[in-house]
Unconditional design. Structure first.
Length: 89
């Protein structure tokens, strides 16, 4: 009505329950060996048990082959996995 009004404010998180972000170098030359970082965040609101599988193809390889790592993340926890990679060439 003309003599009433209202307002509300609340925090809203808009995100997937599990977020995985890979950080890589911009450039690699043949023979370069480095590590990439995989950040895994649990925004689901509860503890999560995950099995993270990492593989490479094309001009990149993972020394020792593909990797698999079980993770247990608490609510709101973030973990960074370092994965060695080798540029072919």
């Amino acid at each position: 009505t003309d003599d009433r009004y209202g307002m509300a404010e609340a925090k809203t998180v808009v995100a997937a329950p599990i977020i995985a972000e890979l950080s890589t170098p911009r450039f690699l030359a043949g023979g370069d060996q480095t590590s990439v970082a995989l950040d895994v965040s649990n925004l689901s609101g509860k503890a999560q048990k995950l099995d993270v599988k990492i593989s490479a193809e094309g001009q990149l390889s993972i020394p020792g082959g593909d990797q698999s790592k079980p993770l247990q993340l608490k609510e709101g926890q973030r973990v960074t996995l370092k994965v060695p990679v080798l540029a072919q060439g």
